[in-house]
Each structure stands twice: as structure tokens, then as C-alpha cells.
Design a protein. Structure first.
Length: 190
């Protein structure tokens, strides 16, 4: 299978890698689209030393194969997997700081979203981290699932309510998602 590998500052290369065969309770996904996150751009620019060479976590694709029976995940259905999942029971999870969970960054898409196929580890699958995309949502829209989740988490943390005024600085993809959500919640946008 083909994958884009980051080789150094601003350098990438298309390479052949082995197919990521799913082990027990894992899912292999055929990548249909993958967003390019600001963090990915920073990795390409060399700001994250020691990070994996294949980027991409805003990935969407179709289930290719499962390592055993996994409820709701059949070959061919469109899904958006999480790249990190918290445990849900540690101090951090119970106090609204899920990204500080010791389990949160232990697992990721293998080898990454910018590959023809990638697998989702059993931990992520077991925590319901593979979401089936509704039939009326297209692939490109589905790549916004992860950035949208980040925006929703931020709004939850600030306890946004109707009637509040909010300043949105920047109109990149995240800024636009924030504006759409804030309008939905009845917030005045500055």
C-alpha cells in the first residue's frame, strides 16, 4: 500500500508499506479522505521532533477488515475513527481533563491517516472510538468530525450559553466551525 512519509523539514515521499493486518478486535480502514491539521503542518515543518513519520488523524474511510466480530462495523461502511481515546475512569477523565489521561496518547492510527489503509487499535475500538458516518454525510464533510469534536469540547469547557458574546479570532477551518456552532447555540459573535 502507498503512504506519505515525512522525511524532514518540508520533505515528504510516497512509499510502499505493508498492509496493516488487523489483529483481534482491531479494524483496518481504507482511507477515503484525510484532513490536514495545523499540528500536521507543524510536524512537516519539523516542530515535533521524534513524531511518527506518517501524519494524518482527521481520517475517514470505509471498513476494509476487522479482527473478529465487532458490533456495528461491517466491510464497506463509512467511518471516522478517533486517533486518541481516554480511559473514562481516571482522575483526569472524571474531572473534565480527558486529554491528560495517561491512556489518551498511548494509541493512534497505524501507520497514520495519510496511507491507503490504516488500522485502529483494539483500545480505541473498545472505547467506541470508531464512529459510523450517516449516509447523508459525504466523505469530505466527515473529515471535519475530529476538528468539530475539538470545538465542541472547547465550548463545553467554557460553558457557552445563549446571550453570551464571543470573539472568534481567525477564520481558518476551526474558526469557521466555531462560528457555526456559536450561531447554533445562540451566541453573539464578535
Amino acid at each position: 500500500m502507498k503512504a506519505v512519509v515525512i522525511e524532514g523539514f518540508g520533505k515528504s515521499k510516497l512509499v510502499d508499506l505493508p498492509y496493516p493486518q488487523p489483529e483481534r478486535d482491531e479494524v483496518t480502514i481504507r482511507m477515503m479522505a484525510c484532513g490536514l491539521c495545523g499540528t500536521d503542518v507543524e510536524k512537516i515543518r519539523g516542530h515535533y521532533r521524534g513524531s511518527k513519520p506518517i501524519i494524518g488523524h482527521e481520517a475517514v474511510g470505509t471498513v476494509e477488515e476487522t479482527g473478529g466480530e465487532i458490533a456495528g462495523l461491517k466491510k464497506g461502511i463509512l467511518v471516522a475513527p478517533h486517533h486518541h481515546v481516554e480511559c473514562g475512569s481516571c482522575y483526569y477523565c472524571l474531572n473534565g481533563s480527558e486529554t491528560m489521561c495517561p491512556e489518551y496518547r498511548k494509541y493512534n492510527l497505524i501507520p497514520g491517516g495519510f496511507s491507503e489503509f490504516f488500522k485502529v487499535p483494539a483500545w480505541i475500538v473498545s472505547k467506541k472510538g470508531v464512529h459510523v458516518i450517516a449516509k447523508d454525510v459525504n466523505v469530505e464533510e466527515a473529515t471535519l468530525a475530529e476538528p468539530l469534536a475539538c470545538c465542541l469540547r472547547a465550548l463545553k469547557r467554557v460553558r457557552v450559553r445563549p446571550g453570551m458574546s464571543v470573539l472568534v479570532m481567525g477564520l481558518g477551518p476551526i474558526g469557521i466551525l466555531f462560528i457555526k456552532l456559536l450561531r447554533h447555540y445562540g451566541v453573539e459573535i464578535i
